[in-house]
Design a binder for this molecule. Structure first.
Ligand code: FAD
Length: 294
């Protein structure tokens, strides 16, 4: 099974997609429609998140197994340390290996319920993602990714501390990092510069979400941990009551962001799809990242 890093070795930039596990049969149908619609576009890899706070774990394992066995896509499974003993984590990692998943995004995760609440590790578990990277690495020939935060993780005291711990995850064996959502290309590029300045040359991949609705804009603000810049709000806010115009402008904004990132040499654009494929397909078509046959 191909690794994520192998898929990013080409000269041309590629794109990848992220989904979340289905909660019910209706969700599952939506997920599989999106997967099938994106498959001909040959994403470099596709990932499935690991339920926040420990929810929908079976869904992650089931869905990623199906991707590995029933599609042509390179699968990447997310895994968090939340509420798991090391023995349970070993078990899940073993499952991933057994169904043919070689790529794992190793995350600490957030406390269940209140994501900003106190982080209490499982008594026989792990405290930081760095330890999960080491565990995954120790269990087989996995390609391991980690999360990165352009504005710093909300729990980090400052960007220096944030960079220090990100670099430790790479030193622990991570092959690449995927960035949380951000607004301006410079915000991602400064993260890349900080990591390079710390002497680390591992791949950093920007996370991107098509801004199709006011809700996706609010989600970006929440997840990024930063307020939306005035320039962006001036483009989108006047269109809040006109869904078609908002969508068109939002797709323009994200396409421009991606164009700049490609010009800066990013190897991959990682799309947070929310289990829909249309907007992602539109952006990658406009960026010319589509194979001739799709
Ligand atoms: P860590 O890297 O462990 O960092 C957590 C905090 O501790 C940071 O402030 C860091 O600076 C600090 N820190 C790290 N190491 C040390 C150390 N050794 N000593 C002291 N401090 C340290 N959540 C899910 O539940 N499921 C998912 O599938 C999921 N997928 C994600 C995908 C991406 C691309 C991103 C960006 C986030 C994802 N998340 C997911 C959210 C993530 O779990 C949370 O952001 C969580 O709060 C942090 O996880 P982490 O792996 O970054 O933690």
């Amino acid at each position: 099974m191909t690794s994520v890093v192998e898929r990013l070795r080409g000269d041309a930039p590629v794109f990848s997609v992220e989904f979340f596990p289905p909660r019910d049969l209706a969700d599952e149908a939506v997920l599989w429609r999106a997967i099938r619609e994106l498959e001909p576009f040959d994403p470099a890899y596709m990932s499935i998140t690991y339920g926040a706070g420990g929810s929908s774990r079976d869904g992650t394992i089931r869905s990623i197994a199906r991707v590995a066995t029933e599609t042509t896509l390179v699968p990447m499974a997310h895994l968090t340390a939340v509420n798991h003993s090391v023995a349970e984590l070993r078990n899940v990692i073993g499952w991933y290996a057994a169904v043919g998943v070689r790529n794992i995004l190793a995350l600490r995760g957030d406390p269940p319920g209140d994501v900003y609440g106190e982080w209490v590790p499982h008594p026989e578990g792990l405290t930081y993602a760095e330890e999960l990277v080491e565990l995954v690495r120790s269990l087989g020939d996995f390609c391991v990714g980690v999360s990165a935060f352009p504005y710093g993780h909300p729990r980090s005291a400052d960007l220096d501390e944030d960079t220090k711990y990100l670099v430790r995850k790479f030193k622990a064996g991570a092959d690449f990092g995927i960035a949380q959502l951000f607004f301006a290309p410079e915000d991602f590029l400064r993260l890349r510069d900080r990591v390079a300045a710390a002497g680390c040359d591992k791949l950093l991949i920007p996370g991107v979400m098509p801004l199709t609705t006011p809700r996706t804009l609010r989600t970006t603000v929440r997840l990024s941990g930063a307020p939306a810049p005035k320039k962006l709000l001036e483009r989108l806010e006047p269109l809040e009551d006109d869904p078609a115009a908002f969508r068109a402008e939002g797709i323009d904004v994200v396409t421009e962001l991606c164009e700049r990132l490609i010009a800066e040499g990013v190897p991959d654009l990682h799309f947070y799809t929310f289990n829909r494929s249309k907007a992602t397909r539109e952006v990658i078509r406009r960026l010319g990242l589509v194979p001739a046959r799709a």
